[in-house]
Design a protein around this ligand. Structure first.
Ligand code: AMP
Length: 176
């Protein structure tokens, strides 16, 4: 874990003052680091049936696609509003200022399918919570949610756990 953590680049005050941006591109660019991260994200789910990984745009696509391949299951993209070409269902969530919306294809998940949520980082949990709501509205069961990075002080992991979702992260950082 410590070795993987060293591959994360921290950029202070990006995209705005006070935010410590945890940049995973340095991890993605390292062949051994990428392999280890995907292995560790997928490992706990090898013994559980997973029908599809739902990856959250955009970094969740990179990690989620690779995890889906490891688990031998499908991949469902959860995208920002207006990006998916077919019929969608959407879910709004609150940002620090205003609201945003994510969408999934209405027919991407069928009743009772077991879905694993993947993203790079969980902070307040607003994005992952919206993804979980979308999945549940389509009839999917959430196997769990897995992230490379947790920022526990922002409460996202607790928020998901309160909704009965098992959360796993490869590492955590203090602060925002
Ligand atoms: P949240 O909805 O607050 O849990 O934010 C999670 C989403 O915002 C993820 O898709 C992250 O990629 C991004 N994000 C939030 N905070 C950071 C941060 N400090 N560094 C990098 N990405 C972040």
């Amino acid at each position: 874990m410590e070795n993987l953590k060293k591959l994360i680049r921290t950029i202070p005050d990006y995209p705005k003052p006070g935010i410590m941006f945890r940049d995973i591109t340095t991890l993605l660019g390292d062949s051994q680091g990428l392999k280890a991260a995907i292995t560790r994200l997928a490992e706990p789910y090898r013994t559980e049936p997973v029908d599809a990984v739902a990856g959250i745009e955009a970094r969740g696509f990179i990690l989620g696609g690779a995890v889906a391949d490891r688990l031998g299951c499908g991949f469902v993209p959860i995208r920002k509003k207006g990006k998916l070409p077919w019929k969608t269902i959407g879910q709004e969530y609150t940002l620090e200022y205003g609201v945003d919306q994510i969408e999934v294809h209405a027919d991407a998940i069928t009743q009772g399918q077991r879905i694993l949520i993947i993203d790079d980082l969980i902070a307040t949990g607003g994005t992952a919570e919206a993804a979980a709501k979308l999945i549940r509205r389509t009839g999917g069961d959430i196997v769990g949610a897995a992230f490379v990075i947790d920022l526990p002080e922002l409460g996202g992991t607790k928020l998901l756990e309160l909704q009965g979702i098992k959360v796993r992260s490869l590492m955590s950082f203090e602060g925002h």
